[in-house]
Design a protein around this ligand. Structure first.
Ligand code: GDP
Ligand code: MG
Length: 597
Protein backbone atom coordinates (compact mmCIF):
# COMPACT_ATOMS: atom_id res chain seq x y z
CA UNK A 1 0.00 0.00 0.00
CA UNK A 2 1.09 3.55 -0.75
CA UNK A 3 2.29 5.00 2.56
CA UNK A 4 0.60 8.34 1.97
CA UNK A 5 -2.77 6.53 1.90
CA UNK A 6 -2.39 4.95 5.35
CA UNK A 7 -3.55 6.44 8.66
CA UNK A 8 -2.90 4.63 11.93
CA UNK A 9 -4.67 5.78 15.06
CA UNK A 10 -6.08 4.87 18.43
CA UNK A 11 -8.91 6.31 20.48
CA UNK A 12 -8.22 7.68 23.93
CA UNK A 13 -11.06 8.32 26.34
CA UNK A 14 -12.21 7.97 29.89
CA UNK A 15 -14.26 4.85 30.49
CA UNK A 16 -17.89 5.14 29.27
CA UNK A 17 -17.22 8.21 27.15
CA UNK A 18 -18.05 6.18 24.06
CA UNK A 19 -14.81 4.83 22.64
CA UNK A 20 -16.17 1.40 21.72
CA UNK A 21 -19.42 2.80 20.34
CA UNK A 22 -17.49 5.26 18.19
CA UNK A 23 -15.24 2.48 16.91
CA UNK A 24 -18.33 0.45 16.00
CA UNK A 25 -19.77 3.42 14.12
CA UNK A 26 -16.56 4.02 12.16
CA UNK A 27 -16.53 0.36 11.16
CA UNK A 28 -20.17 0.46 10.17
CA UNK A 29 -20.04 3.76 8.26
CA UNK A 30 -17.23 2.48 6.06
CA UNK A 31 -19.08 -0.75 5.31
CA UNK A 32 -16.28 -2.81 6.83
CA UNK A 33 -18.91 -5.01 8.44
CA UNK A 34 -22.28 -5.71 6.81
CA UNK A 35 -25.15 -4.14 8.76
CA UNK A 36 -26.64 -7.54 9.49
CA UNK A 37 -23.40 -8.69 11.17
CA UNK A 38 -23.17 -5.59 13.27
CA UNK A 39 -23.55 -6.25 16.95
CA UNK A 40 -22.92 -3.74 19.67
CA UNK A 41 -19.33 -3.20 20.74
CA UNK A 42 -17.78 -5.33 18.08
CA UNK A 43 -14.31 -4.90 19.45
CA UNK A 44 -15.05 -5.87 23.05
CA UNK A 45 -14.96 -9.62 22.70
CA UNK A 46 -14.58 -11.13 26.15
CA UNK A 47 -17.79 -11.66 28.13
CA UNK A 48 -16.50 -9.84 31.13
CA UNK A 49 -15.60 -6.87 28.97
CA UNK A 50 -19.08 -6.74 27.57
CA UNK A 51 -20.68 -7.03 30.96
CA UNK A 52 -18.64 -4.33 32.56
CA UNK A 53 -18.32 -2.26 29.46
CA UNK A 54 -14.56 -2.15 29.59
CA UNK A 55 -11.97 -3.08 27.03
CA UNK A 56 -9.22 -5.25 28.40
CA UNK A 57 -7.10 -6.47 25.52
CA UNK A 58 -6.17 -4.02 22.83
CA UNK A 59 -8.01 -4.81 19.63
CA UNK A 60 -7.44 -3.78 16.13
CA UNK A 61 -9.33 -3.22 12.91
CA UNK A 62 -8.43 -2.23 9.35
CA UNK A 63 -10.92 -0.03 7.57
CA UNK A 64 -10.97 1.02 3.88
CA UNK A 65 -12.34 4.52 3.53
CA UNK A 66 -13.13 6.37 0.32
CA UNK A 67 -12.61 10.00 1.30
CA UNK A 68 -14.19 13.15 -0.11
CA UNK A 69 -10.99 13.76 -2.12
CA UNK A 70 -11.85 10.63 -4.13
CA UNK A 71 -8.91 8.61 -2.81
CA UNK A 72 -9.26 5.40 -0.84
CA UNK A 73 -7.38 5.29 2.45
CA UNK A 74 -6.48 2.41 4.73
CA UNK A 75 -7.30 3.31 8.33
CA UNK A 76 -5.87 1.11 11.06
CA UNK A 77 -7.58 1.53 14.42
CA UNK A 78 -6.07 0.07 17.55
CA UNK A 79 -8.58 0.03 20.39
CA UNK A 80 -6.65 0.49 23.62
CA UNK A 81 -7.80 -0.54 27.09
CA UNK A 82 -9.37 2.17 29.21
CA UNK A 83 -8.48 1.20 32.75
CA UNK A 84 -5.58 2.17 35.02
CA UNK A 85 -4.45 -1.43 35.49
CA UNK A 86 -3.79 -1.69 31.81
CA UNK A 87 -1.98 1.60 31.35
CA UNK A 88 1.00 -0.39 30.23
CA UNK A 89 -0.93 -1.90 27.32
CA UNK A 90 -2.05 1.57 26.35
CA UNK A 91 1.50 2.85 26.27
CA UNK A 92 2.75 0.05 24.06
CA UNK A 93 -0.05 0.19 21.52
CA UNK A 94 0.38 3.97 21.33
CA UNK A 95 3.85 3.52 19.88
CA UNK A 96 2.41 1.61 16.94
CA UNK A 97 0.29 4.49 15.63
CA UNK A 98 0.80 8.16 14.69
CA UNK A 99 -2.31 9.78 16.10
CA UNK A 100 -5.28 9.58 18.43
CA UNK A 101 -8.89 10.61 18.53
CA UNK A 102 -9.37 12.22 21.90
CA UNK A 103 -12.96 11.37 22.78
CA UNK A 104 -14.63 13.32 25.57
CA UNK A 105 -18.23 12.88 26.63
CA UNK A 106 -19.75 16.34 26.07
CA UNK A 107 -22.17 15.83 28.95
CA UNK A 108 -19.34 15.04 31.38
CA UNK A 109 -16.07 16.66 30.43
CA UNK A 110 -12.46 15.67 31.02
CA UNK A 111 -11.94 12.88 33.57
CA UNK A 112 -8.91 11.32 35.25
CA UNK A 113 -8.43 8.60 32.62
CA UNK A 114 -8.84 11.14 29.83
CA UNK A 115 -5.81 12.88 31.26
CA UNK A 116 -3.78 9.75 31.93
CA UNK A 117 -4.39 8.42 28.42
CA UNK A 118 -3.86 11.73 26.68
CA UNK A 119 -0.51 12.17 28.40
CA UNK A 120 0.54 8.82 27.03
CA UNK A 121 -0.56 9.84 23.56
CA UNK A 122 1.43 13.06 23.85
CA UNK A 123 4.43 11.08 25.07
CA UNK A 124 4.16 8.88 21.99
CA UNK A 125 4.22 12.08 19.84
CA UNK A 126 0.69 11.67 18.61
CA UNK A 127 -1.25 14.15 16.60
CA UNK A 128 -4.55 14.59 18.50
CA UNK A 129 -8.03 15.09 17.05
CA UNK A 130 -10.52 16.16 19.75
CA UNK A 131 -13.97 14.61 19.42
CA UNK A 132 -16.93 15.66 21.57
CA UNK A 133 -19.30 12.72 21.88
CA UNK A 134 -22.93 12.22 22.95
CA UNK A 135 -24.19 15.48 21.44
CA UNK A 136 -27.63 13.83 21.06
CA UNK A 137 -28.13 14.13 24.82
CA UNK A 138 -29.83 17.25 26.24
CA UNK A 139 -27.07 17.68 28.83
CA UNK A 140 -24.44 18.02 26.11
CA UNK A 141 -22.43 21.24 26.43
CA UNK A 142 -19.77 21.34 23.72
CA UNK A 143 -18.55 24.90 24.37
CA UNK A 144 -17.92 24.26 28.01
CA UNK A 145 -16.15 20.94 27.39
CA UNK A 146 -14.04 22.34 24.53
CA UNK A 147 -12.91 25.13 26.84
CA UNK A 148 -12.11 22.61 29.54
CA UNK A 149 -9.99 20.56 27.12
CA UNK A 150 -8.02 23.70 26.31
CA UNK A 151 -7.63 24.62 30.00
CA UNK A 152 -6.73 21.25 31.39
CA UNK A 153 -4.95 19.51 28.51
CA UNK A 154 -3.65 22.58 26.73
CA UNK A 155 -4.55 21.68 23.15
CA UNK A 156 -6.64 23.69 20.72
CA UNK A 157 -10.20 22.36 20.79
CA UNK A 158 -11.97 25.10 18.85
CA UNK A 159 -12.37 22.82 15.85
CA UNK A 160 -13.36 19.79 17.91
CA UNK A 161 -15.68 17.47 15.99
CA UNK A 162 -19.15 17.13 17.45
CA UNK A 163 -20.37 13.57 17.32
CA UNK A 164 -23.08 11.25 18.41
CA UNK A 165 -21.68 7.75 18.25
CA UNK A 166 -25.20 6.64 19.00
CA UNK A 167 -27.04 8.28 16.10
CA UNK A 168 -24.10 8.44 13.71
CA UNK A 169 -24.09 12.24 13.51
CA UNK A 170 -20.58 13.61 12.87
CA UNK A 171 -19.08 10.22 11.94
CA UNK A 172 -18.34 11.31 8.38
CA UNK A 173 -16.57 14.44 9.71
CA UNK A 174 -14.54 12.23 12.01
CA UNK A 175 -13.35 10.03 9.13
CA UNK A 176 -12.43 13.12 7.11
CA UNK A 177 -10.50 14.57 10.05
CA UNK A 178 -8.55 11.32 10.44
CA UNK A 179 -7.47 11.51 6.79
CA UNK A 180 -6.81 15.25 6.83
CA UNK A 181 -5.22 15.81 10.23
CA UNK A 182 -3.31 12.68 11.11
CA UNK A 183 0.10 12.16 9.55
CA UNK A 184 0.81 9.23 7.24
CA UNK A 185 3.35 6.72 8.57
CA UNK A 186 6.90 6.65 7.24
CA UNK A 187 9.14 3.69 6.49
CA UNK A 188 11.50 2.19 3.96
CA UNK A 189 10.31 -0.80 1.98
CA UNK A 190 13.82 -1.62 0.72
CA UNK A 191 15.35 -1.84 4.21
CA UNK A 192 15.49 -5.14 6.13
CA UNK A 193 12.29 -6.08 7.96
CA UNK A 194 11.76 -4.18 11.19
CA UNK A 195 8.42 -4.86 12.87
CA UNK A 196 7.19 -4.00 16.34
CA UNK A 197 5.51 -6.71 18.39
CA UNK A 198 2.50 -4.73 19.66
CA UNK A 199 0.50 -7.46 21.36
CA UNK A 200 -0.03 -11.20 21.34
CA UNK A 201 -2.69 -13.61 22.50
CA UNK A 202 -3.54 -17.27 22.32
CA UNK A 203 -6.00 -18.71 19.84
CA UNK A 204 -7.15 -22.31 20.22
CA UNK A 205 -6.86 -23.00 16.47
CA UNK A 206 -3.91 -20.92 15.33
CA UNK A 207 -1.70 -20.87 18.42
CA UNK A 208 -0.24 -17.52 19.40
CA UNK A 209 -1.33 -14.61 17.25
CA UNK A 210 1.16 -11.77 17.10
CA UNK A 211 -0.03 -8.24 16.33
CA UNK A 212 2.68 -6.30 14.50
CA UNK A 213 3.34 -2.85 13.14
CA UNK A 214 5.73 -2.88 10.20
CA UNK A 215 8.31 -0.08 10.41
CA UNK A 216 10.58 -1.02 7.48
CA UNK A 217 10.76 -3.84 4.95
CA UNK A 218 8.12 -6.48 4.27
CA UNK A 219 6.68 -9.34 6.24
CA UNK A 220 5.72 -12.31 4.04
CA UNK A 221 4.11 -15.66 4.49
CA UNK A 222 6.79 -18.38 4.54
CA UNK A 223 9.50 -15.98 5.68
CA UNK A 224 11.90 -16.95 8.46
CA UNK A 225 12.03 -14.27 11.13
CA UNK A 226 13.99 -13.55 14.28
CA UNK A 227 12.64 -12.12 17.54
CA UNK A 228 15.52 -9.89 18.55
CA UNK A 229 15.07 -9.90 22.35
CA UNK A 230 15.87 -13.59 22.68
CA UNK A 231 17.15 -14.54 19.22
CA UNK A 232 14.46 -17.15 18.61
CA UNK A 233 13.68 -18.03 14.98
CA UNK A 234 10.22 -18.72 13.60
CA UNK A 235 8.70 -19.66 10.27
CA UNK A 236 5.81 -17.37 9.45
CA UNK A 237 2.73 -19.55 8.66
CA UNK A 238 0.24 -16.79 8.08
CA UNK A 239 0.15 -13.06 7.59
CA UNK A 240 -3.12 -11.17 7.79
CA UNK A 241 -5.18 -8.20 8.85
CA UNK A 242 -8.27 -7.73 11.04
CA UNK A 243 -11.47 -6.53 9.40
CA UNK A 244 -12.19 -7.09 12.29
CA UNK A 245 -12.33 -10.84 11.58
CA UNK A 246 -9.07 -12.28 10.28
CA UNK A 247 -8.28 -11.99 6.62
CA UNK A 248 -5.12 -13.52 5.21
CA UNK A 249 -2.83 -11.43 2.98
CA UNK A 250 0.44 -12.31 1.23
CA UNK A 251 2.51 -9.60 2.81
CA UNK A 252 2.52 -6.46 4.94
CA UNK A 253 4.65 -3.41 4.15
CA UNK A 254 5.88 -0.30 6.00
CA UNK A 255 3.21 1.55 7.96
CA UNK A 256 0.86 -1.42 7.96
CA UNK A 257 -0.62 -3.13 11.00
CA UNK A 258 -1.57 -6.80 10.95
CA UNK A 259 -0.75 -10.15 12.43
CA UNK A 260 1.42 -13.18 11.96
CA UNK A 261 1.24 -16.73 13.23
CA UNK A 262 4.28 -18.99 13.41
CA UNK A 263 3.32 -22.08 15.42
CA UNK A 264 4.23 -20.30 18.65
CA UNK A 265 2.83 -22.21 21.63
CA UNK A 266 2.87 -19.70 24.45
CA UNK A 267 2.21 -16.01 24.77
CA UNK A 268 5.14 -16.01 27.17
CA UNK A 269 7.46 -16.68 24.24
CA UNK A 270 6.55 -13.34 22.71
CA UNK A 271 7.74 -10.14 24.35
CA UNK A 272 5.72 -7.06 23.77
CA UNK A 273 7.87 -4.31 22.37
CA UNK A 274 10.23 -6.79 20.79
CA UNK A 275 11.59 -6.17 17.30
CA UNK A 276 10.99 -8.77 14.61
CA UNK A 277 13.41 -8.94 11.68
CA UNK A 278 14.74 -11.31 8.99
CA UNK A 279 16.74 -14.28 10.28
CA UNK A 280 19.64 -13.29 7.97
CA UNK A 281 20.75 -9.78 6.99
CA UNK A 282 18.29 -8.44 9.52
CA UNK A 283 18.19 -4.92 10.89
CA UNK A 284 21.09 -3.98 13.15
CA UNK A 285 19.16 -1.77 15.46
CA UNK A 286 16.22 -2.95 17.53
CA UNK A 287 13.40 -0.57 18.38
CA UNK A 288 13.76 1.02 21.80
CA UNK A 289 12.67 -1.76 24.18
CA UNK A 290 9.55 -1.68 26.25
CA UNK A 291 9.62 -2.69 29.86
CA UNK A 292 7.74 -5.90 30.65
CA UNK A 293 4.60 -5.35 32.73
CA UNK A 294 5.30 -6.05 36.41
CA UNK A 295 2.67 -7.41 38.77
CA UNK A 296 2.12 -5.03 41.69
CA UNK A 297 -0.75 -6.61 43.60
CA UNK A 298 -0.60 -10.11 45.04
CA UNK A 299 -3.16 -12.34 46.66
CA UNK A 300 -3.78 -16.00 47.39
CA UNK A 301 -6.39 -17.95 45.43
CA UNK A 302 -7.62 -21.14 47.10
CA UNK A 303 -10.39 -23.50 46.03
CA UNK A 304 -13.34 -23.56 48.43
CA UNK A 305 -13.48 -27.29 47.84
CA UNK A 306 -9.93 -28.56 48.35
CA UNK A 307 -10.65 -31.46 45.96
CA UNK A 308 -10.64 -28.87 43.17
CA UNK A 309 -7.00 -27.91 43.59
CA UNK A 310 -5.89 -29.71 40.41
CA UNK A 311 -8.71 -28.08 38.45
CA UNK A 312 -7.55 -24.73 39.74
CA UNK A 313 -4.00 -25.49 38.66
CA UNK A 314 -5.28 -26.27 35.15
CA UNK A 315 -7.34 -23.10 34.99
CA UNK A 316 -4.44 -20.92 36.14
CA UNK A 317 -2.02 -22.59 33.70
CA UNK A 318 -4.39 -21.92 30.83
CA UNK A 319 -5.05 -18.31 31.79
CA UNK A 320 -1.35 -17.65 32.22
CA UNK A 321 -0.62 -18.95 28.71
CA UNK A 322 -2.59 -16.01 27.43
CA UNK A 323 -1.58 -13.35 29.89
CA UNK A 324 2.10 -12.76 30.39
CA UNK A 325 1.49 -10.11 33.05
CA UNK A 326 -0.22 -12.57 35.39
CA UNK A 327 2.22 -14.49 37.61
CA UNK A 328 1.63 -17.34 40.04
CA UNK A 329 3.29 -19.88 42.31
CA UNK A 330 1.97 -22.60 44.55
CA UNK A 331 1.19 -21.64 48.10
CA UNK A 332 0.19 -23.67 51.13
CA UNK A 333 -1.71 -22.11 53.94
CA UNK A 334 -2.34 -23.77 57.30
CA UNK A 335 -5.83 -22.34 57.16
CA UNK A 336 -6.76 -22.75 53.51
CA UNK A 337 -4.73 -25.72 52.33
CA UNK A 338 -3.24 -25.75 48.83
CA UNK A 339 -3.64 -22.80 46.50
CA UNK A 340 -1.71 -20.23 44.50
CA UNK A 341 -0.08 -16.93 45.26
CA UNK A 342 -0.85 -14.78 42.22
CA UNK A 343 0.46 -11.45 40.99
CA UNK A 344 -1.61 -8.90 39.05
CA UNK A 345 -1.19 -5.52 37.39
CA UNK A 346 -3.87 -4.07 39.65
CA UNK A 347 -7.20 -4.75 41.29
CA UNK A 348 -9.26 -4.91 38.13
CA UNK A 349 -6.82 -7.39 36.66
CA UNK A 350 -7.19 -9.46 39.83
CA UNK A 351 -10.97 -9.30 39.59
CA UNK A 352 -10.97 -10.25 35.92
CA UNK A 353 -8.81 -13.33 36.50
CA UNK A 354 -10.77 -14.40 39.57
CA UNK A 355 -14.03 -13.98 37.72
CA UNK A 356 -12.84 -15.99 34.75
CA UNK A 357 -11.72 -18.87 36.98
CA UNK A 358 -15.08 -18.93 38.73
CA UNK A 359 -17.13 -18.50 35.60
CA UNK A 360 -15.27 -20.27 32.82
CA UNK A 361 -13.81 -23.05 34.95
CA UNK A 362 -16.57 -23.27 37.52
CA UNK A 363 -14.30 -23.26 40.56
CA UNK A 364 -15.38 -21.46 43.70
CA UNK A 365 -12.52 -19.48 45.18
CA UNK A 366 -11.40 -17.97 48.43
CA UNK A 367 -9.37 -14.83 47.74
CA UNK A 368 -7.06 -13.58 50.48
CA UNK A 369 -6.36 -9.91 51.16
CA UNK A 370 -4.58 -8.23 48.28
CA UNK A 371 -1.08 -7.18 49.22
CA UNK A 372 1.67 -5.17 47.59
CA UNK A 373 5.39 -6.01 47.43
CA UNK A 374 7.26 -4.76 50.49
CA UNK A 375 11.00 -4.39 50.62
CA UNK A 376 12.24 -5.88 53.87
CA UNK A 377 15.74 -4.75 54.84
CA UNK A 378 17.35 -7.24 57.20
CA UNK A 379 19.87 -6.26 59.87
CA UNK A 380 22.49 -8.33 58.04
CA UNK A 381 22.09 -6.05 54.99
CA UNK A 382 20.04 -8.41 52.85
CA UNK A 383 16.87 -7.13 51.14
CA UNK A 384 13.89 -9.44 50.77
CA UNK A 385 10.92 -8.79 48.50
CA UNK A 386 7.87 -9.72 50.53
CA UNK A 387 4.91 -10.86 48.41
CA UNK A 388 2.95 -12.46 51.18
CA UNK A 389 2.53 -11.18 54.76
CA UNK A 390 2.62 -14.81 55.93
CA UNK A 391 6.33 -14.92 54.95
CA UNK A 392 7.28 -11.90 57.04
CA UNK A 393 10.56 -12.68 58.83
CA UNK A 394 10.98 -12.32 62.58
CA UNK A 395 10.88 -8.58 63.37
CA UNK A 396 13.95 -8.85 65.60
CA UNK A 397 16.04 -9.58 62.50
CA UNK A 398 14.49 -6.78 60.46
CA UNK A 399 16.08 -3.36 60.24
CA UNK A 400 13.32 -1.52 58.35
CA UNK A 401 10.62 -1.88 55.71
CA UNK A 402 9.83 0.08 52.57
CA UNK A 403 6.49 0.18 50.79
CA UNK A 404 5.48 1.27 47.26
CA UNK A 405 3.92 4.70 46.88
CA UNK A 406 1.77 5.98 44.04
CA UNK A 407 0.87 9.34 42.58
CA UNK A 408 -2.90 9.49 42.33
CA UNK A 409 -4.91 12.02 40.34
CA UNK A 410 -8.54 12.49 41.35
CA UNK A 411 -11.07 14.70 39.59
CA UNK A 412 -14.18 15.47 41.58
CA UNK A 413 -17.07 17.97 41.63
CA UNK A 414 -16.61 20.69 44.25
CA UNK A 415 -19.26 19.54 46.67
CA UNK A 416 -17.52 16.21 47.31
CA UNK A 417 -14.00 17.59 47.63
CA UNK A 418 -14.05 17.59 51.44
CA UNK A 419 -14.92 13.89 51.58
CA UNK A 420 -12.22 13.03 49.07
CA UNK A 421 -9.56 14.94 50.99
CA UNK A 422 -10.61 13.18 54.17
CA UNK A 423 -10.47 9.78 52.51
CA UNK A 424 -6.95 10.45 51.18
CA UNK A 425 -5.85 11.74 54.58
CA UNK A 426 -7.25 8.62 56.27
CA UNK A 427 -5.22 6.50 53.89
CA UNK A 428 -1.95 8.21 54.81
CA UNK A 429 -1.99 10.41 51.73
CA UNK A 430 0.17 13.50 51.20
CA UNK A 431 -1.41 16.23 49.12
CA UNK A 432 0.79 17.31 46.22
CA UNK A 433 -1.52 19.59 44.30
CA UNK A 434 -5.05 20.97 44.24
CA UNK A 435 -6.37 22.94 41.27
CA UNK A 436 -9.70 23.75 39.69
CA UNK A 437 -11.05 23.22 36.19
CA UNK A 438 -14.48 24.80 36.10
CA UNK A 439 -16.54 23.42 38.98
CA UNK A 440 -14.30 20.40 39.33
CA UNK A 441 -11.33 20.03 41.59
CA UNK A 442 -8.26 18.11 40.54
CA UNK A 443 -6.25 16.78 43.45
CA UNK A 444 -2.98 15.00 43.20
CA UNK A 445 -1.96 12.79 46.13
CA UNK A 446 1.02 10.76 47.12
CA UNK A 447 -0.46 7.58 48.64
CA UNK A 448 0.82 4.21 49.84
CA UNK A 449 -0.28 1.59 47.31
CA UNK A 450 -1.29 -0.81 50.08
CA UNK A 451 -3.93 1.66 51.26
CA UNK A 452 -5.34 1.80 47.75
CA UNK A 453 -5.34 -1.84 46.70
CA UNK A 454 -8.16 -3.03 48.79
CA UNK A 455 -11.21 -0.84 48.59
CA UNK A 456 -10.05 2.71 47.96
CA UNK A 457 -11.81 2.86 44.63
CA UNK A 458 -15.09 1.58 46.10
CA UNK A 459 -14.87 4.09 48.95
CA UNK A 460 -14.09 6.92 46.58
CA UNK A 461 -17.09 6.06 44.47
CA UNK A 462 -19.38 5.83 47.44
CA UNK A 463 -18.35 9.13 49.07
CA UNK A 464 -18.68 10.97 45.75
CA UNK A 465 -21.81 9.12 44.56
CA UNK A 466 -19.84 7.92 41.58
CA UNK A 467 -18.80 11.40 40.40
CA UNK A 468 -15.08 11.16 41.08
CA UNK A 469 -12.59 9.73 38.62
CA UNK A 470 -9.30 8.26 39.64
CA UNK A 471 -6.02 7.29 38.06
CA UNK A 472 -2.58 6.47 39.42
CA UNK A 473 0.98 5.68 38.57
CA UNK A 474 3.71 3.98 40.58
CA UNK A 475 6.23 6.34 42.13
CA UNK A 476 8.87 4.81 44.39
CA UNK A 477 9.55 2.81 47.55
CA UNK A 478 9.72 4.62 50.87
CA UNK A 479 10.41 3.62 54.45
CA UNK A 480 7.58 3.63 56.97
CA UNK A 481 6.67 2.05 60.28
CA UNK A 482 5.00 -1.13 59.04
CA UNK A 483 4.15 -4.25 60.99
CA UNK A 484 2.50 -7.57 60.40
CA UNK A 485 -0.84 -7.99 62.13
CA UNK A 486 -2.01 -11.56 62.77
CA UNK A 487 -5.53 -12.69 63.48
CA UNK A 488 -6.32 -15.53 65.89
CA UNK A 489 -9.64 -17.31 66.03
CA UNK A 490 -10.08 -19.54 69.07
CA UNK A 491 -6.33 -19.06 69.70
CA UNK A 492 -5.42 -20.46 66.28
CA UNK A 493 -3.67 -18.04 63.89
CA UNK A 494 -5.58 -17.69 60.60
CA UNK A 495 -2.69 -16.98 58.22
CA UNK A 496 -4.95 -15.95 55.35
CA UNK A 497 -6.16 -12.99 57.40
CA UNK A 498 -2.76 -11.65 58.39
CA UNK A 499 -1.82 -8.33 56.83
CA UNK A 500 0.79 -5.61 56.80
CA UNK A 501 -0.38 -2.38 58.42
CA UNK A 502 1.06 0.92 59.52
CA UNK A 503 1.91 0.78 63.23
CA UNK A 504 -0.19 3.86 64.02
CA UNK A 505 -3.25 2.29 62.49
CA UNK A 506 -2.81 -1.24 63.77
CA UNK A 507 -5.09 -0.94 66.83
CA UNK A 508 -7.87 0.66 64.85
CA UNK A 509 -7.56 -1.87 62.04
CA UNK A 510 -7.31 -4.77 64.48
CA UNK A 511 -10.39 -3.67 66.38
CA UNK A 512 -12.39 -3.24 63.19
CA UNK A 513 -11.27 -6.67 61.98
CA UNK A 514 -12.26 -8.43 65.22
CA UNK A 515 -15.64 -6.69 65.33
CA UNK A 516 -16.31 -7.61 61.74
CA UNK A 517 -15.27 -11.23 62.19
CA UNK A 518 -17.56 -11.47 65.18
CA UNK A 519 -20.49 -10.75 62.87
CA UNK A 520 -19.24 -13.06 60.12
CA UNK A 521 -18.40 -16.21 62.04
CA UNK A 522 -21.49 -18.19 63.08
CA UNK A 523 -21.84 -19.02 66.74
CA UNK A 524 -20.67 -22.44 67.86
CA UNK A 525 -21.49 -24.60 70.89
CA UNK A 526 -18.58 -22.95 72.73
CA UNK A 527 -17.20 -19.46 73.31
CA UNK A 528 -14.75 -18.23 70.66
CA UNK A 529 -12.14 -15.54 71.30
CA UNK A 530 -11.20 -13.48 68.22
CA UNK A 531 -7.94 -11.56 68.52
CA UNK A 532 -5.61 -9.34 66.54
CA UNK A 533 -1.94 -9.40 67.47
CA UNK A 534 1.41 -7.89 66.54
CA UNK A 535 4.21 -10.32 67.31
CA UNK A 536 3.02 -11.94 70.55
CA UNK A 537 1.09 -8.89 71.72
CA UNK A 538 -2.71 -8.87 71.49
CA UNK A 539 -3.93 -5.45 70.35
CA UNK A 540 -7.66 -6.13 69.96
CA UNK A 541 -10.09 -8.76 71.15
CA UNK A 542 -13.73 -9.77 70.80
CA UNK A 543 -15.56 -12.81 72.12
CA UNK A 544 -18.22 -14.65 70.20
CA UNK A 545 -20.63 -16.13 72.71
CA UNK A 546 -21.69 -19.76 72.65
CA UNK A 547 -24.77 -21.02 70.84
CA UNK A 548 -27.46 -22.56 72.96
CA UNK A 549 -30.42 -23.14 70.74
CA UNK A 550 -30.61 -26.48 68.93
CA UNK A 551 -31.84 -25.71 65.42
CA UNK A 552 -33.92 -28.85 65.24
CA UNK A 553 -35.38 -28.55 68.72
CA UNK A 554 -38.51 -26.87 67.47
CA UNK A 555 -39.39 -29.79 65.23
CA UNK A 556 -40.33 -32.08 68.12
CA UNK A 557 -39.35 -35.05 66.02
CA UNK A 558 -42.85 -34.97 64.58
CA UNK A 559 -42.18 -33.78 61.05
CA UNK A 560 -39.29 -35.85 59.78
CA UNK A 561 -39.02 -34.24 56.34
CA UNK A 562 -38.86 -30.80 57.79
CA UNK A 563 -36.16 -31.89 60.17
CA UNK A 564 -34.14 -33.44 57.38
CA UNK A 565 -34.54 -30.34 55.28
CA UNK A 566 -33.12 -28.27 58.07
CA UNK A 567 -30.16 -30.56 58.45
CA UNK A 568 -29.57 -30.61 54.70
CA UNK A 569 -29.65 -26.86 54.69
CA UNK A 570 -27.07 -26.80 57.44
CA UNK A 571 -24.90 -29.20 55.50
CA UNK A 572 -25.10 -27.09 52.36
CA UNK A 573 -24.11 -24.10 54.45
CA UNK A 574 -21.16 -26.07 55.75
CA UNK A 575 -19.73 -26.76 52.34
CA UNK A 576 -18.72 -23.16 52.01
CA UNK A 577 -17.04 -23.12 55.39
CA UNK A 578 -13.46 -23.73 56.31
CA UNK A 579 -12.49 -25.38 59.52
CA UNK A 580 -9.85 -23.77 61.73
CA UNK A 581 -9.16 -25.91 64.72
CA UNK A 582 -12.68 -26.45 65.95
CA UNK A 583 -14.16 -23.39 64.29
CA UNK A 584 -15.96 -23.09 60.95
CA UNK A 585 -15.37 -19.84 59.12
CA UNK A 586 -17.55 -19.05 56.08
CA UNK A 587 -15.65 -18.03 52.95
CA UNK A 588 -17.34 -14.61 52.75
CA UNK A 589 -15.64 -13.81 56.04
CA UNK A 590 -12.26 -13.72 54.33
CA UNK A 591 -13.29 -11.16 51.79
CA UNK A 592 -15.59 -9.09 53.99
CA UNK A 593 -13.27 -9.01 56.97
CA UNK A 594 -10.65 -7.21 54.97
CA UNK A 595 -12.89 -4.44 53.73
CA UNK A 596 -12.69 -1.37 55.93
CA UNK A 597 -15.72 0.83 56.55
P1 GDP B 1 -16.23 3.17 26.35
O1 GDP B 1 -16.13 2.71 27.77
O2 GDP B 1 -15.50 4.46 26.16
O3 GDP B 1 -15.85 2.12 25.35
O4 GDP B 1 -17.76 3.56 26.14
P2 GDP B 1 -18.91 2.79 25.38
O5 GDP B 1 -18.74 2.89 23.92
O6 GDP B 1 -19.05 1.43 25.96
O7 GDP B 1 -20.15 3.72 25.77
C1 GDP B 1 -20.58 3.87 27.10
C2 GDP B 1 -22.08 4.10 27.14
O8 GDP B 1 -22.41 5.33 26.49
C3 GDP B 1 -22.86 3.02 26.41
O9 GDP B 1 -24.05 2.78 27.14
C4 GDP B 1 -23.17 3.65 25.07
O10 GDP B 1 -24.34 3.14 24.50
C5 GDP B 1 -23.33 5.11 25.43
N1 GDP B 1 -22.99 6.02 24.33
C6 GDP B 1 -21.86 6.02 23.59
N2 GDP B 1 -21.90 7.01 22.68
C7 GDP B 1 -23.08 7.65 22.83
C8 GDP B 1 -23.72 8.78 22.19
O11 GDP B 1 -23.19 9.41 21.27
N3 GDP B 1 -24.94 9.14 22.66
C9 GDP B 1 -25.56 8.49 23.68
N4 GDP B 1 -26.75 8.91 24.07
N5 GDP B 1 -24.99 7.44 24.30
C10 GDP B 1 -23.77 7.01 23.88
MG1 MG C 1 -15.17 0.18 25.57
Amino acid sequence: TDLSKIRNFSIVAHIDHGKSTLADRLIQETGTVEDRDMKEQLLDSMDIERERGITIKANTVRIDYKADDGETYVLNLIDTPGHVDFAYEVSRSMKAVEGSLLVVDSTQGVEAQTLANVYQAIEADHELVPVLNKIDLPASDCDRVAEQIEDVIGIDATGAIQVSAKTGQGIHDTLEAIVRELPAPTGNIDAPLKAMLVDSWYDAYLGVIVLVRIMDGTLKKGQRVKFMSNGTLHNVDRVGVFRPEMQMVDSLGPGEIGFLTASIKQVRDTRVGDTITNDRHGTEEALPGFKPAQPVVFCGLFPVDSAEFEDLRDAIDKLALNDASFSFEMETSAALGFGFRCGFLGLLHLEVIRDRIEREYNIELITTAPSVIYHVFMKDGEMIELHNPADMPDMSKVDHLEEPRIKATILVPDEYLGDVLKLCQDRRGIQLDLTYAGSRAMCVYDLPLNEVVFDFYDRLKSVTKGYASFDYQMEDYREDNLVKMSVLVNDEPVDALSMMVHRDRAEQRGRAMCEKLKTLIPRHMFKIPIQAAIGGKVIARETLSALRKDVTAKCYGGDATRKRKLLDKQKAGKKKMRQFGKVDIPQEAFISALKMD
